[in-house]
Structures are given as C-alpha cells and as structure tokens.
Write a protein that binds this ligand. Structure first.
Ligand code: PLP
Length: 339
C-alpha cells in the first residue's frame, strides 16, 4: 500500500504506476497493452483533436471492510461507452474488452486503492479517442482505448452537504437531438462557460433547462437531477440527458424502499412542490441541493432550513454507498469483485 494521506485526498489526478491501452486498426482490436507512460503519442491530424471524436467513462473501485475490491455496475459503463461510440461513429468497442481493461488497470494499481473508511476510492477513467489522420470531416478508422486510474477523495471537500445552484437561461449544455445523451468531451466543452458563470455568482453549478422551450428541468451541471415529492422519486425525461448509472441505481433503491418512481418531464414550476432535490453521478454520488435560484425570474426554491440533507436523500445515499463498499447485500447483482 502506498504512503498516501488517504483522509485528505483531493478529487484530482495523481499519478499511478500503470495504464492499459488497446488500438483499433485495420478493422480489428489489438492486444491490451500495459503502459507506464502518462502520455499518448497521436497523429496531429487525429479526429479526436479536430472533430471531437472523444468519449470517456467514469467509475470507481471500492475497498470493503473485508479488504475485497469491488466494482459497481461496470457492465453498464461498458454498454454506455459502446452506445456513445455508436452515437459519434467511433468503431464498435466490445464490452468484454472494456471490462477486462478495467480489471487489469485496477489490479495493476492495487496499492493505490484507498482503505475502507476513508471515504476515498480509486477513480477509473476509460478514454476512447479517434486517432486516424483525417482532414476532411469523416469518422476515424483508427482509435485508441485507454484506461487510467487515480485515487480520489470525496468530490466535495465537505462531503455530503447541501449546495446552492442556479438556473441559467443564457447557455445550453446540449441540443435536444444532439450529443447530450452520449458521454463525449464536446458536451463538457459546451458546459464550461455556464459552469464558470455559476461559480462566479457563488453557486456550485448550473441547472440546465431543456434547450428547445426552456420550460423543463434537464441536468444539474454534469449530473442528473432528481426531486422527492411525497413518496415519489421524480427524475427528468429528456433526449439531451446523459443516462446516469447512479440515477438508474437510485431509482431501483427508491423502489426497494417502497417509493414510487417517475421519469417524466419536470416543469420548472414543479420545483416548488419537491421536499428534497439533488444531483447524482459517480463522482459525488448524491449532491443534495439547498437552494435553487432563478435570477431571471427573481425566484428562490428552498429545500432545507437546517442546512442538512433531507431524510430521503440521506437514506438513498447511505444505501447506495453501503452497497458499493460491500456493507449491504448486493441483491441486484451490481457488484463485481476484482480477483
Ligand atoms: C457521467 C455523467 C453523469 C453521471 O453518470 P453516472 O453514470 O452516474 O456517473 C451525469 N451527467 C453527465 C453529463 C455525465 O457526463
């Protein structure tokens, strides 16, 4: 085990020993190679550099009380990368290759997996880029799939605490029939200016509205949105949302807790009717929202008076993290052990 201050790890890149790579060329996938370099050497005319053929994924490895290492729903990340590849015309990427590469990258860097009880995890970042040289706009014939890992602390320094977010009508993250539903870097480039605007105004992130009508809730920054209304978990239906695996799992956990689950359009006015709202994704798991500010309409939606996450969000958070760390039975077969 490496000598790292596990309890104070930031959510930041730090070097580990190995990454794994495989190239697609001449119509087939090559061997999974192990690399010690932090760099990639690619052609300057690569389609990822010019035309945005870039896809990524994000998942974590968790060390349990029993010292065993767990992956959470890695098959879903594999499927999603494949789906993203189809969406931006990258060569098909087999789910087996993805899963094997995750196992290999984690196993090779075992000493960097944070111990149980520190809240830290090993963040796994699969990357898939077009590296064929093209100057005309056309899909790549050559691609590089790479996975690196890095130990990370909790996404928010203060942990599971409510944040304030703002509605911002000046920007869209993704078009209704664009690439919002694929995990591609272009969506992130498109989101940076609005995130900056939110930060400049003292908010954690932006709440995006649907790009067409600006009537419905879309995503909460780079995370899915949910609201709790009575005994119902509500999350937006939209063609520009990235299908979050955390959200998918929270919907199942909510059902297991006896709640109703609705996936449908959420008009802005409905924000008034939720008792709790939150953002969810692998990095932060659940980010409870204290207040949503709508500066254009001079409106505030408040979700907590005591500055604490609501009871339902807390229960959802505790349940999903307990499953991830192996403290709760894995009744839906979400966990894969490493080794
Ligand atoms: C990755 C991502 C999420 C969260 O997805 P998870 O599978 O839960 O990590 C949500 N929104 C966007 C835009 C994302 O890129």
């Amino acid at each position: 085990m490496k000598n790292i201050d596990w309890k104070h790890l930031p959510f930041q890149y730090s070097k580990t020993d190995y990454n794994v790579r495989s190239y697609f060329q001449d119509g087939k996938w090559g061997e999974l190679e192990v690399s010690q370099s932090e760099y990639v050497e690619i052609h300057m005319a690569s389609t990822c550099l010019h035309y945005g053929q870039e896809i990524f994924e994000g998942l974590k490895a968790y060390k349990g009380k029993d010292e065993k290492i767990r992956l959470f729903r890695v098959d879903e990340n594999a499927k999603r990368m494949r789906r993203s590849a189809k969406g931006i015309l990258m060569p098909d990427i087999p789910e087996d290759l993805f899963i094997e590469a995750v196992h290999k990258a984690v196993t090779l860097n075992k000493e960097y997996i944070p111990p149980y009880g520190t809240g830290a995890t090993l963040y796994i970042r699969p990357l898939y880029i077009g590296v064929g040289a093209e100057v005309g706009v056309k899909p790549t014939k050559k691609a590089l799939f790479l996975i690196f890992v890095t130990p990370v602390g909790p996404y928010f320094r203060d942990g599971f605490n409510p944040v304030d977010i703002m509605i911002c009508r000046d920007y869209d993250r993704a078009a209704p029939l664009g690439t919002g539903t694929y995990k591609v870097g272009g969506n992130y480039a498109a989101s940076l200016a609005s995130l900056q605007a939110a930060h400049d105004n003292g908010f954690a992130t932006t709440l995006y509205l649907d790009a067409r009508e600006k009537k419905y809730i879309d995503e909460a920054g780079p995370a899915n949105f949910f609201g709790i209304k009575g005994n119902t978990y509500v999350t937006p239906e939209s063609t520009s949302i990235l299908p979050s695996i955390t959200n998918m799992s929270l919907m199942q956990i909510a059902k297991d807790m006896g709640m109703k689950v609705e996936r449908r359009k959420i008009p802005i006015e409905e924000l008034e009717e939720f008792s709790e709202v939150g953002a969810c994704g692998t990095a932060a798991v659940i980010t409870p929202i204290r207040k949503i500010v709508d500066p254009d309409k001079n409106k505030f939606y408040n979700y907590t008076t005591d500055n604490k996450p609501g009871p339902v969000s807390t229960k959802l958070y505790n349940t999903i993290t307990a499953i991830q760390f192996g403290d709760e039975p894995d009744k839906h077969n979400w966990i894969t052990m490493i080794d």
